[in-house]
Design a protein around this ligand. Structure first.
Ligand SMILES: C[S@@+](CC[C@H](N)C(=O)[O-])C[C@H]1O[C@@H](n2cnc3c(N)ncnc32)[C@H](O)[C@@H]1O
Length: 317
């Protein structure tokens, strides 16, 4: 669609009344009336420049996610002449594009972002959108499986640089399904990414362990939870994230967990933001071990992967 024609539709649709109603007292970094062309290209705005209820939910999610990432992204831009970001399980790559927009139009700072997904169709579409929006120098998408991918290999293929000691500065995984989050976390930890942001989803691994093991029949303090399907699912998902948090802390990351969008929009709304601070933290390892014991000694994917890769314990090693 012609830029001028779409700008006119944006103006016509987003009347002051509609803007006020849309904002409902909130503030967004990117609004439909300012970032209309980007949002249209991402499929979040209709041809008449309106936004559907589904797209509004996604828009609110990614805007809030970007808001929460801003302090980290700004700090990375101050520290590094070019910031390297990974979007693991990027799917439609809304967040990748928002980050690219923020670096190009707001921070005006060089960025190299690679989005990884095992869906060829998603990756082709994201690359086509990057070209359409003029982001092809800073934004590349590659088909790979998070279970086996190597960031360095994909990065070299995409950006063609070979420097020593290259690492991603920021690793994001938004709603990468179940243990895909753990593969992303393990690779981020192995590479000693400065910032790791994950919004886990469908954390079903621990619930499966509890369901399949006879532990529930034993008289453990957690047995009633393990036996009750609803509580098992909910508690297991929360405990999985707590165990992940402790593993990250033990590797020297400061971790915060926040709700990044109100639960009426999606129940998958936890953002875990980890910032690399320092040395291996034995106290966090001890807490991890105690909690694991209380939960019936499950060995979850992230712990297994970290053992497998033998990733070093000190982030500054
Ligand atoms: C729920 S979608 C989230 C997409 C995007 N991050 C978002 O929040 O809009 C999960 C994405 O992860 C991808 N995915 C899941 N497991 C994967 C794996 N093992 N390797 C690569 N991609 C994976 C899926 O193809 C899908 O696009």
């Amino acid at each position: 669609m012609e830029t001028a024609a779409f700008q006119k539709r944006l103006q016509d649709h987003w009347t002051p009344e509609r803007r006020t109603k849309f904002l409902s007292g909130k503030s967004f970094l990117l609004t439909p009336w300012q970032g209309g062309e980007l949002l249209f290209a991402l499929g979040l705005l209709n041809k008449d420049a309106s936004m559907s209820a589904d797209a509004t939910r996604k828009f609110i999610q990614i805007n809030h996610m970007l808001q929460l990432l801003l302090p980290s992204l700004k700090s990375l831009a101050k520290s590094f002449p070019k910031v390297r970001v990974v979007d693991a399980g990027c799917g439609n790559a809304y967040l990748s594009f928002l980050i690219a927009w923020y670096f190009r139009d707001i921070l005006r700072h060089p960025l190299e972002l690679i989005g990884i997904d095992h869906s060829q169709a998603m990756v082709d579409r994201a690359n086509a959108r990057a070209v359409q929006l003029g982001y092809q120098q800073s934004l590349k998408f590659a088909v790979a499986d998070l279970q086996t991918f190597s960031w360095l290999t994909e990065y070299h293929k995409a950006f063609g640089q070979i420097e020593a000691n290259l690492r991603p500065h920021c690793f994001v995984a938004l709603h990468a399904c179940d243990t895909a989050t753990d593969y992303a976390l393990a690779e981020a930890l192995r590479l000693k990414a400065d910032v790791i942001a994950v919004a886990p989803c469908c954390q079903a691994e621990l619930a499966r362990v509890w369901k399949d093991q006879p532990l529930a029949e034993q008289h453990l303090p957690m047995s009633p939870v393990m036996r009750a399907p609803h509580f098992r699912r909910v508690v297991a998902a929360d405990m999985t994230d707590m165990l992940r948090t402790l593993l990250l802390r033990s590797r020297g990351y400061e971790v915060t967990a926040t709700e990044f969008v109100a639960s009426e929009h999606t129940p998958k709304n936890r953002l875990m933001l980890a910032t690399r601070r320092g040395n291996y933290l034995r106290a966090a390892e001890q807490e991890f071990n105690s909690l694991k014991t209380a939960l019936g000694e499950p060995i979850l994917k992230l712990e297994a992967l970290l053992k497998q890769t033998g990733e070093s314990r000190s982030p500054h090693a």
